[in-house]
Structure formats: C-alpha cells, structure tokens
Design a protein around this ligand. Structure first.
Ligand SMILES: Cc1cc2nc3c(=O)[nH]c(=O)nc-3n(C[C@H](O)[C@H](O)[C@H](O)COP(=O)(O)O)c2cc1C
Length: 188
C-alpha cells in the first residue's frame, strides 16, 4: 500500500462575522487535522469575490475567485464545513457557497461538520441538514460532528475554547477526517 500524497484538508467558514466563533472552532478542528499530518487551509469567504449561482448561464463566466474556490475544494481530500445555527438551519452564506459547487468538488470526499449556536441547544438542526447535503453530494460525512452551544462565551480572546474536553472533541473532527481521507487515498 502506498499513500498517494499528503492529505489536504480545507475548512469552509459559514460566517462572515468579524470575530466569528465558527471561524475559531474551525481553526481548532484544523489543528486536529494538522496533528494527523494533513496540510490544512481555512477558507475565509470574505477574501473571495463570489456571485450567486445561476447569475451566469455558463460556468466559464464565473469570476476568478469562484474558480479559485472550486479548485481548492476539488483538490481537497477532506472538507470541514463550519456553520452557525441560523433560524434552525445552517447559514445562507454556506448554502450560497455550496450551491456554486457540486459532485466535482464533493463526490467521494470526507466531510467533517462543526457548528456553533447562540443558544443552549447547539447547532443540531444545522448539522443535521448539512449531513443531508453531504449525502446528496455523494460525500462521506463522518459520524462524529461537534456543536458548540453558547458560542459567544465558549472562546477566549485568542480563539481558544475554555473547555479542554470540548477542545479535544472539536480537534477529533479534524483528526478523523484526516484519518478516513488517508484510508481513502491508499492505493495498491
Ligand atoms: C440570523 C440569525 C439567526 C440565528 N438563529 C439562531 C438559532 O436558531 N438558534 C441559536 O441558538 N442561535 C441562533 N443565532 C445565534 C448564532 O448561532 C450565534 O450568534 C453564533 O455564534 C454566530 O456564529 P459566528 O460567531 O460564527 O458568527 C442566530 C443568529 C443570527 C444572526
């Protein structure tokens, strides 16, 4: 068995808010992926000039940043999707970005889910809906997902979680995505 290449894990942050707790949670999860040997990248959508899907009739007319984003996700072996719970679902920003992509970027990829919420129920609805999205894109969504309730109180000023147990659970999502992507990438 030969392992193809170093595993590449990208994280897509479904909040554009300055000081986003989703962004912090994804950073923690990517630390777990790095500990497993992955090359990692947190995609901050504020750095991309995107357009709504269907605005152009031909994908080749998409602005360069859409192609850049799609190429990164296509190249990734593992994808972490991070979202806040918004009105009992995942964020519109994340939906907007997912709808710019499809099987080319997601099929047979390993997905890990990370959610945050303002309330005490956690991002349970957002995560459940993202699991359905992952399945419809023929990706393997790992069983373990992590949700951080009361997110505004959960992190310190440096973006670290106060709770060491929760830190480990968030890291575990990145670790498991890397481990399973590594298995997928083994070739005879
Ligand atoms: C439009 C909107 C809808 C929200 N809906 C919910 C919700 O249904 N349940 C909940 O617990 N928190 C809800 N919140 C709170 C967010 O989940 C919370 O502020 C979260 O930390 C935001 O993530 P961020 O820090 O990454 O921006 C909502 C916030 C906004 C702006």
């Amino acid at each position: 068995m030969v392992i193809k290449n170093q595993i590449y894990v990208v994280a897509i942050c479904g909040s554009l808010r300055e000081g986003s707790t989703t962004h912090s949670a994804l950073s923690v999860a990517l630390t777990g992926a790095e500990e497993e040997g992955a090359k990692v990248e947190l995609i901050d959508l504020r750095e991309y000039r995107l357009i709504f899907q269907s605005v152009v009739s031909d994908e080749s007319d998409y602005p360069p940043d859409v192609h850049k984003l799609k190429a990164k996700v296509k190249r990734a072996d593992g994808i972490l999707l991070g979202t806040p719970e918004y009105h009992g679902s995942f964020s519109g920003v994340l939906k907007y970005v997912l709808d710019l992509m499809g099987f080319d970027e997601f099929e047979k990829k390993v997905i890990g889910l990370v959610g945050v919420s303002g309330g005490r129920m956690g991002a349970v609805n957002a995560l459940s809906m993202l699991r359905t999205v992952g399945a419809s894109l023929h990706a393997f969504v790992i069983p373990a997902a992590v949700s951080i309730p009361h997110a505004s109180d959960a992190f310190d000023a440096n973006g670290n979680l106060h709770d060491p147990e929760l830190t480990e659970r968030v890291k575990m999502v990145g670790r498991e995505v890397t481990q399973i992507a590594t298995l997928y990438n083994k070739r005879e």
